[in-house]
Design a protein around this ligand. Structure first.
Ligand code: ATP
Length: 325
């Protein structure tokens, strides 16, 4: 996800205020021309709202999804050389995802874990249609994302990355961006729930502090909590979260965990999980490796399995486990 939002940071640091006053975040994506291949289908419909008696958030279904990045199917110099040297065809390596099928249950937390480059970020990018599946389909509440009106889809999905992006503007403007016309009370409540209010209140200009490249510098953890406050204000039914990998002391970790629990409660969440506390609390864990879902289950089930997850746990999470004891 950082790859995707990197250019937005760059753009924002160049100018942002005037632009963001006029256009939404999604429009910024369009301005950057990052998704020229995504078009709204004729007759696209808005995402159905929650049923009176039904779940508060829709489920997400990946049905035999295969994915190649645009351009990945072009004949590369390497493949021509391989053909000339009569070495085995390695075309299958161009697939970033193969046969990915899973259901992220409505209102629950689904954690994605796996080695670097496995395809976790790519999976999450198919939900708000930053890319379309090459094969198979992605469905939200039973509706194929390709049949949805883009604005409705993007409104329904809140994304928080490791590299939480703040526009060069006041904290207030950054927060109001998530919910136009939010009252002072709503802004403060969101900041309180995201555990960032005490920090903001202590600033000389409070919510009117200008942040970003040339403004007050917030730490990575603080920025991510502002992003969480924005998420709470936006209150989307679906959340995609790439957890921070940076080491946090256990006090900050516990604070972030509480803020996350509030932000994710009742929402259908896909979390690229780097924290043991998140994966332990997940309703469902998908272990992704080399573009495929290799294992699935709860933390305990997967540990008992003694497979890839158990290995990952030993190498990545055992230290955290020791620290949290
Ligand atoms: P990490 O934990 O390191 O973030 P990940 O599991 O999220 O890894 P992805 O970022 O989804 O993995 O990457 C999966 C594969 O797709 C990698 O081989 C990566 O190099 C490739 N890839 C990612 N983005 C692009 C892109 N825009 N164009 C082409 N290939 C890409």
């Amino acid at each position: 996800l950082m790859r995707l939002y990197g250019p937005i940071n760059l753009l924002a640091s160049m100018q942002a205020t005037a632009l963001t006053a006029l256009v939404s975040f999604d429009r910024v994506l369009e301005v950057l021309d990052l998704e020229p291949h995504i078009t709204e289908s004729p007759g696209a419909r808005p995402l159905d709202g929650p049923e009176e008696s039904g779940p508060v958030a829709p489920d997400i279904l990946f049905d035999r999804v295969g994915f190649r990045y645009p351009g990945a199917d072009e004949v590369s110099l390497a493949s021509l050389e391989a053909a000339a040297a009569r070495v085995p065809d390695r075309a299958s390596e161009a697939w970033t995802l193969r046969e990915v099928s899973f259901r992220a249950p409505a209102g629950k937390l689904t954690a994605l874990v796996g080695p670097s480059g496995a395809g976790k970020t790519t999976i999450t990018q198919l939900v708000p249609r930053l890319y379309d599946a090459t094969e198979g389909s992605v469905r939200i509440g039973g509706q194929d994302v390709r049949d949805l009106a883009l604005q409705s889809l993007r409104d329904a999905v809140g994304v928080v990355t490791q590299d939480a992006h703040l526009f060069h503007d006041t904290l207030r403007a950054n927060l109001e961006h998530a919910r136009r016309g939010a009252s002072e009370r709503e802004l403060i409540e969101a900041c309180e729930a995201a555990l960032i209010w005490d920090t903001i209140r202590a600033l000389p200009d409070g919510l009117d502090t200008v942040v970003g490249e040339r403004g007050h510098r917030l730490s990575g953890g603080e920025k991510q909590r502002v992003a969480l406050a924005r998420l709470l204000l936006k209150a989307p039914p679906i959340v995609v979260l790439d957890e921070a990998t940076a080491h946090l002391d256990s006090e900050s970790e516990a604070a972030i965990q509480r803020a996350l629990e509030t932000a994710l409660a009742g929402r259908t969440s896909l979390v690229i999980a780097h924290r043991l506390s998140t994966i332990r609390g997940a309703d469902h864990i998908l272990v992704v490796d080399a573009g495929r879902v290799r294992e699935r289950g709860t933390h305990e089930e997967l540990l008992l399995n003694g497979g890839l997850y158990a290995d990952l746990y030993r190498t990545q999470f055992a230290q955290q486990a020791a620290g949290s004891r």
